[in-house]
Design a protein around this ligand. Structure first.
Ligand code: GLN
Ligand code: ZN
Length: 757
């Protein structure tokens, strides 16, 4: 019999119940006990749902009140000193303080989980780092499910991945050297799980699909030599890519099972089949055949072929069918989507539907008659392939006709800079902002009222016009040199454009956890993308007509529009990105024709799109940079192209950033005190650059003196004539008082540098 297994279920709840409960608890409206009860309710519902779907292996400890990496940190008792001593178990208050900070203790850092949009809390390691069992959550949740009649497979984050994701806070601490100190705690929890009755555990080691250092490989060997015997049988889970050169290592570890992501890396099944002789012994293989990272319905016939091939080679009893990774990254249930067009809806599968797909595949492998399911899957796939909603021959032809000439501005930067200066006549150290201004409660209320039909189109537009005009006046009063319209009409920098582009669809409740209680509702790119009408030109023209100072047109770039959406899986991402780039290019051309002298194309997601393996970087960077260039290169020399990026590690992709050839680049640097600019200096970044002077993620207003110091530091690295003065990101989450105070200091700092003091 083949086994239907799941690796993890979304924890937030179909109606974001966990978000509601967490935020009520943080606001002091519900107690820790009430929050715990809501968590238990969600777990029980999700276990029951998986059982009903026909899953044989149901995970536990995949639930989390904030983040599974933070849960592992709590398990290991690795509570940084500033959150108080560890007495017994980590308390809920300590746990949330680590995630969110307190008045006196800043939160632990947060960063993206591999190449997903999920953020985890970064473990911290210091000199003399001690560990001890700080939580029994895996055992408690196992017993909780058991009491409900479900024998689960608890999920633990693996020790080597946990260490690899952490950060040494004291110089000289090598995270991997801490392995011997944490293994006893892992062994302890595994023993307790076995005592509680667990037959299997799932241990996640997604580092297995990355370029492993020798140290990591060694750590994996020694960890699993210890852990494989300590407790229940171990299903070692790799996901988000191919094991590739780590395959032999993964196969050689003495675990009872190995999970493979066959959606991201279908080719590795052939490698495993080839390695079968000897190596695999009696390992159970978990085949990740249903896409845990995207929302498309599986092609069941194709998946079944792979499963049958594996079953033939290894025997059905050694096969499990599973999603490619935890279903954390997809929305809970398609049933909530009543607003989608019927055909499009038929092409989709969310977490609940994916479980059904896994169950069908395992039943098929066991010899059950699944002809009806296969036929439905075939019909959906055929309908999708042939749908006129997906295919726009004009878009395809235009994309195919793109040439190298379309990607390049006609003149080099130095010549363009002269033409731009003639038009813009900016002072030295020109000041600007990144685009958005505070989205006050009033702005959000007007938008909600408009959406509900309580505010007419005309009244809403009138309201936005008044906000925009007030914003322009504020910027003039502050003395900023290059203005923005403020982005009051936008909810979100991707949603706003997605709603106006064809080929995009939006869900009503397709929420995915981004971090903690924060969820996002990524748009869905299902077809060829084009721009039926101008998207931003009216607002840009309106704003520019209010002032003599130059206003920047404000767009989201193609890579970011791609990266923050669910992307169609029937053509390469690079092709979809090029189509989006052409749509943005149309908007750029229209903005220029409308009289805008500067246009900013934001690409905050460019760096996070980097593949997990270095060998794949060049290919990605090539098409991503080309997409940006294609979106921008249609303008005259005198039109100034800006871009903005907000992730702070650029050192290893400097040539690509330079190749984007934006006239002006604004970046986040304030959190690293400008140290990051060194990379731009040593690379001799050729164009203009605006290092962020103010960390807008914090309500703290930096002083004039601090800004002058930062600017001096910047001008020691970048020639003064190429330096801009700006905050490090958009201001939409800030309030007006701190915004005005900080911008006043920023303008004064630029003046001080101009005056040479
Ligand atoms: N222009 C956008 C804004 O100011 C950029 C946001 C971002 O970088 N994430 O809000
Ligand atoms: Zn930003």
């Amino acid at each position: 019999m083949a086994i239907a297994a799941n690796l993890g279920f979304p924890r937030i709840g179909a109606r974001r119940e966990l978000k509601t409960a967490l935020e009520a608890h943080w606001a002091g409206r519900i107690s820790a006990e009430d929050l715990a009860a809501e968590g238990a309710l969600l777990r029980a519902r999700h276990w029951a749902l998986q059982k009903e779907a026909g899953l044989d292996v149901i995970p536990s400890n995949d639930f989390s009140f904030y983040d599974q990496v933070l849960d592992a940190t709590a398990l290991l008792g690795a509570v940084p000193e500033r959150f108080g001593p560890l007495q017994g178990a980590v308390t809920p208050a300590q746990y949330f303080a680590m995630a969110r900070g307190t008045k006196t203790a800043p939160a632990m850092e947060m960063t993206k989980w591999f190449d997903t949009n999920y953020h985890y809390i970064v473990p911290e390691f210091t000199d003399g780092q001690a560990f001890r069992l700080g939580s029994l959550k895996p055992v408690e949740e196992f017993l909780e499910a058991k009491a409900q009649g479900i024998l689960t497979r608890p999920v633990l984050l693996g020790p080597v991945t946990w260490l690899s994701l952490g950060k040494a806070k004291t110089a000289g601490v090598d995270p991997l050297a801490l392995l011997p100190a944490i293994l006893p705690i892992y062994a302890d929890i595994l023993r307790r799980l076995r005592q509680a009755g667990a037959e299997w555990v799932q241990i996640d080691e997604p580092v297995l699909v990355t370029d492993l250092s020798q140290g990591q490989a060694r750590a994996l060997r020694s960890a699993y030599a210890d852990l494989a015997e300590a407790g229940p049988k171990v299903m070692l889970a790799s996901y988000f890519g191919a094991l590739d050169d780590n395959l032999d290592l993964a196969l050689s570890l003495p675990t009872a099972g190995l999970h493979l992501d066959l959606v991201r890396a279908p080719g590795q099944i052939a490698q495993v089949l080839a390695a079968e002789s000897g190596q695999l012994s009696d390992k159970v293989l978990s085949l990740g055949l249903v896409d845990g990272r995207n929302v498309w319905r599986a092609d069941l016939a194709q998946a079944l072929t792979v499963a049958q091939q594996a079953a033939q080679a290894f025997g059905t009893e050694r096969i499990q069918i599973a999603p490619s990774c935890s279903l954390l990254h997809v929305p809970v249930d398609l049933a909530a989507e009543t607003g989608l067009e019927e055909d499009l809806r038929g092409w989709l599968a969310f977490a609940t539907q994916k479980l059904a797909e896994v169950a069908v595949l395992s039943r098929a492998l066991a010899g059950a008659d699944v002809a009806a399911d296969l036929a439905a899957s075939d019909a959906a796939a055929a309908a999708r392939r042939a749908s006129p909603r997906i295919h726009d021959p004009r878009v395809k032809a235009r994309s195919a006709a793109v040439t190298a000439a379309d990607l390049a501005r006609p003149a080099p930067y130095a010549q363009r800079a002269r033409a731009q200066q003639a038009v813009l006549a900016l002072p030295a150290f020109p000041t600007t902002t990144i685009g958005s201004f505070p989205q006050t409660a009033e702005v959000r209320r007007a938008r909600a009222d408009h959406r509900k039909g309580l505010l007419s189109d005309a009244d809403y537009t009138g309201f936005l016009q008044r906000e925009t005009e007030a914003c322009i006046r504020q910027q003039e009063d502050l003395g900023l040199d290059m203005l923005v319209h403020g982005e009051f009409e936008r909810t979100d920098m991707v949603e706003y454009f997605g709603e106006k582009l064809s080929g995009y669809a939006f869900t009503q409740a397709g929420w995915v956890q981004s971090y903690g209680s924060r969820c996002v509702k990524p748009p869905l790119i299902y077809g060829d993308v084009s721009r039926p009408q101008p998207m931003t030109v009216d607002w840009a023209r309106f704003a520019q007509a209010l002032t003599d100072r130059p206003v920047k047109g404000m767009l989201t770039g193609p890579v970011t529009l791609l990266q923050w959406s669910f992307v169609r899986d029937d053509q390469p991402r690079s092709e979809t990105c090029r189509q989006i780039a052409l749509a943005i290019r149309d908007e750029v051309a229209d903005l220029e024709a409308a009289g805008l002298r500067a246009i900013q194309i934001d690409e905050p997601a460019l760096r996070e799109g980097l593949p997990l393996r270095r060998a794949d970087w060049t290919g990605y960077l090539h098409w991503a940079v080309d997409a940006f260039r294609l979106s921008a290169a249609c303008v005259r020399d005198a039109t100034q192209i800006h871009t903005h990026m907000c992730y702070s590690e650029f050192s290893d992709i400097m040539p690509s950033i330079a190749a984007m050839d934006a006239d002006v680049l604004s970046i986040e640097t304030s959190r690293s005190d400008m140290d990051l600019l060194q990379d731009f200096g040593s690379f001799a970044y050729p164009n203009e650059i605006g290092p962020g002077l103010w960390d807008i993620h914090s309500p703290r207003v930096p002083s004039h003196a601090q800004m002058v110091t930062l600017l001096r530091k910047a001008s020691s690295v970048i020639p003064a004539e190429r330096l801009w003065v700006n905050p490090d990101c958009g201001l939409k989450t800030r309030a007006w008082p701190e915004t005005l105070a900080a911008l006043r200091n920023l303008v004064a700092a630029a003046a001080a540098l101009r005056a040479g003091d």
